[in-house]
Each structure stands twice: as C-alpha cells, then as structure tokens.
Ligand binder design. Sequence first.
Ligand SMILES: NC(=O)c1ccc[n+]([C@@H]2O[C@H](COP(=O)([O-])OP(=O)(O)OC[C@H]3O[C@@H](n4cnc5c(N)ncnc54)[C@H](OP(=O)(O)O)[C@@H]3O)[C@@H](O)[C@H]2O)c1
Length: 247
Amino acid sequence: MDNMLEGKVALVTGGGRGIGAAVALRLAREGADVVLTFQQDERSADETVRRIRATGGRATAVRADSADPAAMVAAVDRAAGRSGRLDVLVNNAGTFLLGPLEELGLDAFEQTIAVNVRAPFVASQAAVRHMPAGGRIVNIGSNMAERAVFPGFSLYATSKTALIGLTKSLGRELGPRSITVNLVNPGPTDTDLNPADGPDAATITGFTALGRYAEPDDVAATVAFLAGPRAAYITGATVNVDGGFTI
Ligand SMILES: NC(=O)c1ccc[n+]([C@@H]2O[C@H](COP(=O)([O-])OP(=O)(O)OC[C@H]3O[C@@H](n4cnc5c(N)ncnc54)[C@H](OP(=O)(O)O)[C@@H]3O)[C@@H](O)[C@H]2O)c1
C-alpha cells in the first residue's frame, strides 16, 4: 500500500467492473475505504469487493442506478455514513448508446443524459455536503468529447462534453473550499464497453499514438493521482489518458 489515501472515504460509481473496478482497487490499495456502486452486475461488484478485502483493503458494494437521482443521493449518504465524511467522489458509471442521428430516440437521449450528466451533477451536489477541505471529485469523460472520428457518437459525445463544463465550473465554485474537481478522458480502454479484441479494435488502435488500447489500470493510475495529496493544486483540468488518440 502507498497509504496516500489512508483515512479517506471514497465513492466510485460503476466500480464493479471495467475502469471503475480498477479505480476502486487502486484507491483501496492507497488506503481508502471504498464504496462502489453497481446497477446490474452484482457478481462483478462482489468480486471487486472480494479482491480489495483479500489484500487487506476496505470496500463495500451498493446497488444504485445512476439514472435515479434518489439512488445517487442515497449512495453518497451511505458512503459518508461510514465515518461522517466523503473525501473522494469518482463519477465513473457511464452508458454508451450509439447510432445514427435519425435512430437515436428520446429514450436513449434521456438515459444518456441521466446517467452520464445528471448523475455526476447530483452525486457532486450530495457529496459536497459531506466533503471536507482536501476533497476530490474526479469525473470520467471520454476522448470522444474532443475528437469525433466515427459517426454515431453524437449522443455519447454530447454527454461527455457536458462534463468539461461541469468540471470547470465546479472547480471554480469549490476551489475556495479546497475541493478540487477534475476530468479524466480515457481513450480506448479494454473493458466490456470497448474490448481490445472487438471488431473495430484495429481501426480504433490506429488512432492512438501508442498503438495499443489502455488497460483499465492505466486510467485508474491517473484517477488515483488526482484523488491524492500530490494533485492538490490541480483543479478544473481535463487530463487525456488516451495514448495520444486526440493529438
Ligand atoms: N472503455 C473505453 O474505451 C472508454 C473510453 C472512454 C471513456 N470511457 C468511460 O469510462 C467509464 C467506464 O467505462 P468502462 O469502459 O469501464 O465500461 P463498462 O466496462 O461497460 O462498465 C460500465 C460501468 O458503469 C456501470 N453503469 C452503467 N450504467 C449504470 C447505471 N445506470 N447505474 C449505475 N451504474 C451503471 C456498470 O454497472 P454494472 O456493472 O452494474 O452494469 C459498470 O460498472 C464510462 O463513463 C465510459 O463512458 C470508457
């Protein structure tokens, strides 16, 4: 353990698998008591908790649909209830609905905005009620907010671009309380959402400078840095962890 987050309480939305699980594992390894949310995949959430506990860390999984604002607030309050504070919020859970403009219905629009935009807003609002000076909010966006290389991403890119504005404005607003707010934009990362052996993987890889997909832990390392004390003077920033996809 690096112990950079010893004594801290962290909430990671969508922390049961993929990038969120890697973040939960990293934060726990650095000493944080981690609460992770899941929506459907209870087995993966339980497995991530088991892995954290197996190495001496502390973690709990709670079911919370990010599309439900009341569930988001309840998850935040539950995390804060563990020791009366919430030090780190990672807004990671994301939905990935793609398609041609004419085929994306209002239900897809509403689900995408609810999970990718409203949930980070609501969770941040609830979290700062419990967040002391030194608190950290890290949003997970996407490289697709910066570079539109494929058709069909209009809705997803719109939602992830909104996080740039949310991150900057909350960084400004919460700065006087010594709470930082930053955005990590992953590029292609090997998860269920975008498997490195998927049908379009070779094309996607071709857009990176490094010529490979990220592992979830590549993203988690940056999130953990931003969540820790060494990032105290970084706020409102967007950090691309995308292997050069957007250069
Ligand atoms: N992988 C990439 O290439 C890539 C690139 C750029 C950005 N990102 C972003 O990184 C984040 C994590 O993506 P990932 O690749 O790790 O995806 P993933 O493997 O598909 O995992 C998605 C996670 O989000 C959770 N989730 C989805 N909808 C939810 C809801 N309504 N309520 C609560 N949790 C919900 C899932 O929970 P369950 O396990 O319960 O289903 C799961 O934990 C997302 O915000 C995504 O947009 C990913």
